[in-house]
Design a protein around this ligand. Structure first.
Ligand SMILES: Cc1cc2nc3c(=O)[nH]c(=O)nc-3n(C[C@H](O)[C@H](O)[C@H](O)COP(=O)(O)OP(=O)(O)OC[C@H]3O[C@@H](n4cnc5c(N)ncnc54)[C@H](O)[C@@H]3O)c2cc1C
Length: 382
């Protein structure tokens, strides 16, 4: 009987455990997590207000229920401090566990900008249920939320907060919201649509200071000289893979924990997947790549070595003010945007010189073309 230990009980850890149990019901399976181990869908954090769900409503199963369903031991509220790869040991404050195969599903940390001011430490981030509970408490009886970061997560929160009646300001250095994912024409539409919902944009500038004002309000001082008075500041500028634990095991780390297409780290008995992993050079912090990786790794752990393959994986952006589906071209490919716009939507295709489709962005009613266009996209990892 093999002993499998998974560190992390997010979508990556739990999806892997579930897929593995479909193939192997006899190996011992242990999951360790710093949180309470309840199962929830993280993407719901940025549209829970519109769905009228509180932090407590989001989990669909407790750790006890997951342990039962998965026939696994789930160790909650426990931080793995160290891995001894040679001895095959995982060390927590309470115990040392032995593994045959270890999986790191550690997720990522929100990046925080070094901002000045006496209230800079009041900045909130939302990357898990506990963060979300704190955020909901902070916005309970206030009017205005400022969001730092006009990217995917920032825009989703902006839309969600507007739909719940909050005043929202979004600040960031980009020229357009979702600037790194969209051609300008589509960015303009998203900007206008969210503006109509009530978003005030402060683009092409950054926050320099956050200071307390009277009445418990906060003043953001921007690099362009403007200021924004708000009640709550939410930072959403991106994530950095959790790699510290991998470093303690002397595993190879670059942007994320480096793994090959078998999800194997530089140690043959340690694997990694999800937001913490850099899979064949790709850091893709989304649900679809996690599903693909979990299925492949489950097979490998059950004895059938299997490479992860990524088909095209368009991301649905949860901005109902302007529905969006994005499948950005790979960074190393050459092509041009061809954009067809109507009153009600935009279809932007990124085509190479032979008119082969390399990426797309669909906005408004064009999102219905997601399936048909996805079929023509090249695989992300074959
Ligand atoms: C607001 C928001 C909205 C999103 N919306 C979408 C979307 O619409 N579509 C999409 O595709 N993706 C979306 N994403 C991204 C997606 O949710 C993530 O890619 C995914 O949930 C990551 O799962 P994970 O298991 O890799 O990491 P996590 O869920 O972060 O899990 C990490 C786990 O590791 C544990 N851990 C870490 N270090 C240790 C340690 N040392 N010891 C013990 N345990 C440890 C943590 O406790 C946790 O259990 C969204 C993300 C956010 C934040």
């Amino acid at each position: 009987v093999k002993q499998i230990v998974i560190v992390g009980s997010g979508l990556a850890g739990y999806t892997l455990a579930r897929e593995f149990r479909k193939l192997d019901s006899s190996s011992s399976l242990t999951l360790i997590t710093t949180d309470d181990g309840s199962f929830y869908s993280k993407p719901m954090l940025s549209n829970a207000l519109a769905k009228n769900k509180s932090a407590a409503d989001l989990p669909s199963a407790t750790a006890e229920k997951m342990a039962q369903d998965l026939d696994a031991r789930i160790i909650t509220h426990t931080h793995v401090e160290h891995i001894d790869a040679k001895a095959h040991h995982v060390v927590t404050a309470q115990e040392t566990l032995t593994y045959d195969k270890l999986v790191l599903a550690l997720g990522a940390q929100p990046i925080l900008l070094p901002i000045e001011g006496d209230a800079a430490q009041n900045m909130l981030t939302v990357n898990d249920l506990d963060d979300y509970a704190r955020f909901r408490q902070a916005i309970e009886s206030v009017e205005h939320v400022a969001i730092i970061g006009p990217g995917l997560i920032g825009c989703e929160f902006a839309n969600d907060l507007c739909s719940a009646g909050y005043k929202v300001s979004v600040i960031g250095p980009d020229e357009m919201p979702l600037g790194r994912l969209l051609p300008t024409e589509v960015g303009t539409r998203v900007k206008q649509a969210l503006q109509q919902q009530g978003v005030d944009w402060y683009l092409e500038t950054v926050v320099q200071r956050i200071d307390t004002q009277q009445n418990e309000r906060l003043r953001l001082t921007l690099a362009n000289g403007e200021s924004v008075i708000t009640d709550v500041v939410l930072s959403a500028i991106g994530l950095r893979p959790n790699t510290v634990l991998a470093t303690t095991a002397s595993l190879r780390v670059e942007r994320g924990i480096v793994v090959d297409q078998h999800l194997t780290t530089s140690d043959a008995d340690i694997y990694a997947l999800g937001d913490c992993a850099e899979v064949a050079g790709l850091v893709l912090p989304y649900v679809m790549p996690i599903m693909q990786a979990a299925r492949a790794l489950a097979k490998t752990l059950a004895g059938e070595a299997t490479k992860v393959r990524y088909p095209a994986m368009p991301v649905v952006v949860k901005t109902p003010a302007m529905p969006l589906v994005v499948s950005p071209p790979a960074p190393n490919v050459k092509g041009e945007w061809r954009i067809e716009a109507s009153e009600t939507g935009v279809r932007a295709r990124y085509l190479d010189s032979n008119d082969a489709l390399l990426g797309f962005v669909l906005a408004g009613d064009a999102v219905q073309e997601k399936q048909s266009l996805s079929k023509s996209l090249p695989a992300v990892l074959d």
